[in-house]
Design a binder for this molecule. Structure first.
Ligand SMILES: Cc1cc2nc3c(=O)[nH]c(=O)nc-3n(C[C@H](O)[C@H](O)[C@H](O)COP(=O)(O)OP(=O)(O)OC[C@H]3O[C@@H](n4cnc5c(N)ncnc54)[C@H](O)[C@@H]3O)c2cc1C
Length: 455
């Protein structure tokens, strides 16, 4: 890679006075807390930057005192890497979203979450390639790919990143786009946070103001039949529909509405960007199975951020994901049996996401992770209230994964892989070597410790 082109050199001495928080100081526990409450992360210090100059000061400080640097926006992806000897830069205070309606783009600061972007975009009839939870960070999500409700039509979120501003290991501020530092730009889109602190991204927005979306719900006893039919249905589904087949054990808590509270269910969730009449017709083979509940309706685009019904705030989650080369009635049976979602399983949710469409097409301009070559991705999760629960969840995750062994894809998906994963498995042949070469160039001393660090 050629020398990096600098946007600007940082101005030393411009850091906010309370930038760094150390163990034992007021605010320490709040500063180090991740969204995932199961992760008790203990970095050497936490930086809470409010400006790009603060980020530069934090990186310079870490280098000067011999700490590595890790970055988090929300901590949804926390726990996949150790923070020992690390300065954690928490970008939550770097907020701001600026929509360019004409260009259909948004400039998004590192601490923004998807809800911020969607709220700013929908009033202009636009939306973004967000995922299933509105409080996931735009930057962390997009650095690792990003499969959302418009993904089969518009691809991974990482491929809709148009530019990024990055603070490098040397404390310089650089822009990365197609023309400026194109190799770094390629690496950032799917290569994760190994290349610097991203302080801002520019992303594409899409003119979607409404969708036909919802859930079809049956009792878990019908899981194999329903998931088998859904598998068949996905084979001819148009790219305008993105769908998920899912086993759920609803907790017996007051927040869950009465007809679902404490029950075991099989669910098909989908979002279709056509009209209601075409959507109903499309669902026919699934409606023929007479779901107990059908919530499908024409909804404003904003509602898609809540469609998956992810937890509204931090929880202790323990999950794992992998991809499948095939999904049919046999795979469904294997998963249903292994997951054992009859009220005794430690898992809360076992989901299978249909990929293909734009997600499956290589895009030479799409970045390091331009497509996923498997047709389905799985993610399973339980609520980890203490070490016994963690052990039970891990054992069940291993059982579900073991049951899918004959159909396991060779490649893994960056954002859904949480532990024990070789990052080489995220990329097409040869691309990991290109990523390590770029990392050696921009961070030769390995300052940055990322989720799935490129080494
Ligand atoms: C409830 C929930 C729902 C999810 N839904 C989806 C989904 O629908 N689709 C999907 O694809 N994934 C989904 N994910 C996975 C999610 O995309 C990843 O966990 C992602 O890493 C979260 O990004 P974050 O910024 O919120 O988390 P963080 O933990 O803050 O960041 C994750 C990693 O990103 C890097 N990073 C973050 N910010 C920066 C920065 N400014 N500069 C450099 N590196 C940075 C770091 O390496 C960091 O460790 C979900 C996860 C959860 C917990």
């Amino acid at each position: 890679m050629s020398q990096l082109t600098y946007t600007k050199r940082a101005r030393p001495g411009q850091a906010s006075p309370d930038l760094l928080v150390f163990p034992g100081q007021p605010g320490w526990d709040e500063a180090r807390r991740a969204w995932n409450l199961a992760v008790d992360q203990r970095p050497a210090a936490v930086a809470m930057p409010e400006t790009v100059d603060d980020v530069v000061a934090a990186v310079d400080h870490a280098r000067a005192v011999g700490l590595r640097v890790a970055v988090q926006g929300t901590g949804h992806g926390a726990g996949s890497t150790s923070l020992d000897g690390t300065l954690l830069i928490n970008t939550a205070r770097l907020t701001g979203v600026e929509v360019d309606v004409e260009a259909r783009t948004a400039r998004v600061a590192a601490g923004a979450i998807w809800r911020d972007v969607v709220d700013a975009a929908v009033e202009h009839g636009l939306t973004a390639l967000h995922g299933s939870a509105p409080d996931v960070g735009v930057v962390g999500y997009s650095l690792g790919g990003g499969i959302g409700w418009l993904a089969r039509k518009h691809g991974l979120s990482s491929s809709s990143v148009l530019a990024a501003e990055v603070v490098t290991a040397d404390g310089d501020v650089v822009r990365a786009d197609d023309e400026t530092n194109p190799e770094l730009f390629w690496a950032l889109r799917g290569g994760g946070g190994s290349f610097g602190v991203v302080t801002e991204v520019e992303i594409a927005l899409y003119p979607v103001s409404e969708a036909f979306a919802g859930w079809l719900i049956w009792p878990e006893a019908r899981a194999t039949e329903v998931l088998g039919r859904w598998a068949e249905w996905t084979k001819d589904a148009p790219e305008e529909v993105t769908s998920v087949g899912r086993l759920l054990q609803m907790p017996p808590i007051p927040e869950i509405p009465e007809p679902l509270r404490g029950r075991q269910l099989v669910v098909v969730e989908a979002a279709f960007t056509g009209d209601e009449r075409a959507g109903r017709e499309l669902l026919r083979p699934l409606l023929d199975l007479e779901p107990e509940i059908d919530t499908f309706a024409a909804v404003p685009a904003r509602d898609l951020t809540e469609l998956h019904q992810d937890p509204p705030g931090p929880v202790p989650g323990r999950g794992e994901g992998w991809m499948l080369d095939a999904f049919d009635g046999d795979v469904a049976r294997a998963i249903v049996e292994a997951a054992g979602m009859d009220g005794t399983s430690p898992l809360l949710s076992v989901e299978i996401r249909h990929l293909e469409g734009a997600l499956g097409r290589p895009d030479p301009n799409g970045g390091a992770l331009s497509h996923l070559d498997a047709p389905y991705a799985m993610y399973s999760v339980g609520i980890a209230m203490g070490p016994d629960a963690v052990a039970a969840i891990d054992a069940r995750l291993a059982a579900v994964r073991g049951a899918t062994e004959p159909w396991l894809a060779r490649r893994r998906y960056f954002n859904f892989a949480e532990r024990d994963v070789d990052p080489v498995s995220f990329y097409a042949q040869g691309d990991y070597g290109r990523l390590t070469a770029i990392r050696d160039e921009v961070d030769p001393h390995g300052l940055f410790q990322a989720k799935h660090t490129i080494v």
